[in-house]
Write a protein that binds this ligand. Structure first.
Ligand SMILES: Cc1cc2nc3c(=O)[nH]c(=O)nc-3n(C[C@H](O)[C@H](O)[C@H](O)COP(=O)(O)OP(=O)(O)OC[C@H]3O[C@@H](n4cnc5c(N)ncnc54)[C@H](O)[C@@H]3O)c2cc1C
Length: 264
């Protein structure tokens, strides 16, 4: 079986500052990492490979040349093959154009994908749109918020999909796409042998032309959405404080306030 994991390289946002003048992220000098949710998607793919002998895992990434480091990290953890779509033609793509480009990259793989795996969301863009978007471009069923996956029988995958207050079991035909939650697993660390293999690796860059991406569907011009403004939300003030009330008075006042705001 062929498991294809989509990996985004993101700035380590725990170390990112917001420029107070421009309200944009200060990325200079910030280290780049594999999107943390993608580590869980990768771990799920590697476990599925181990459970299904003869399988392979490919990691797909769209990004600048330095995103090769993210793919090397994947190789160090056990990925068999990688593809880095790196082309100025895709720069400025919004999530729709990104999804199209990644779908084309997946289509261009020498072996068709049985399962596409994505992180739940990227920690910088945070939209959680790319997984479902790629699935839509490829006409695949997409199961989001997955915490467990097992090949149930040939051509079908059994999944656990989590909701806010519960979870459900889903069996989907393959090929399919899933987006993976943090709680799915604990990602493995790279092995020493993997690290050595990754160090030597030269990751070739793939162009938009090579994956037969339609130039009218990629990049800034082809992106139907625009970021009009980025701003930090106003700091919360802590609300009203009531003191010196009995329990009954406080309860009555609270109920009235909640009713006023149409919360109850
Ligand atoms: C309205 C809008 C306008 C934008 N304009 C620009 C712009 O002008 N210039 C610009 O550079 N960016 C722009 N972006 C950001 C860019 O579209 C996103 O970084 C990109 O589409 C990924 O979206 P996301 O970060 O929300 O990922 P999510 O949808 O949250 O990611 C979900 C999963 O998809 C996969 N994935 C996401 N991105 C990649 C990737 N690149 N390679 C491989 N797998 C991936 C990963 O598995 C990830 O866990 C824009 C975004 C929006 C919403």
């Amino acid at each position: 079986m062929h498991f294809v994991v989509c990996i985004k390289q993101v700035p380590n946002t725990t170390k990112v500052r917001i420029d107070p003048e421009t309200n944009t992220l200060v990325r200079a000098g910030v280290e780049s990492i594999v999107n943390p949710f993608d580590e869980n998607a990768l771990e799920m793919a590697l476990v599925l490979k181990e459970q299904n002998p003869g399988s392979k895992v490919t990691a797909v990434c769209m990004g600048p040349p330095q995103a090769a480091d993210a793919l090397k990290e994947c190789v160090a953890r056990g990925v068999d093959d990688v593809i880095l779509l790196c082309d100025r033609a895709v720069a400025g793509s919004d999530t729709w154009a990104t999804s199209y480009a990644i779908a084309q990259a997946v289509k261009s793989l020498p072996e068709p994908a049985d399962l596409l795996l994505f992180g739940k969301q990227a920690i910088d863009g945070d939209t959680a749109q790319v997984g479902p978007g790629v699935a839509e471009h490829l006409g695949l069923p997409c199961i989001t918020f997955v915490r467990a996956a097992k090949i149930a029988e040939p051509g079908r995958i059994a999944l656990e999909r989590v909701w806010e207050d519960g979870w459900e079991e889903i069996v989907s035909p393959l090929p399919a796409a899933v987006t993976v939650l943090k709680e799915a697993n604990v990602p493995r660390l790279p092995s020493l042998r993997g690290k050595m293999a990754a160090k030597k690796l030269q990751i070739p860059l793939t162009t938009a032309e090579a994956i037969h991406a339609d130039p009218a569907k990629i990049g800034l011009k082809a992106s139907p959405t625009r970021v009009v403004r980025i701003f930090s939300p106003p700091q919360k003030t802590g609300g009203e404080k009531w003191t010196g009330l009995s329990g009954e008075e406080a309860g009555t006042k609270l109920a009235a306030a909640l009713q006023d705001r149409k919360i109850i």
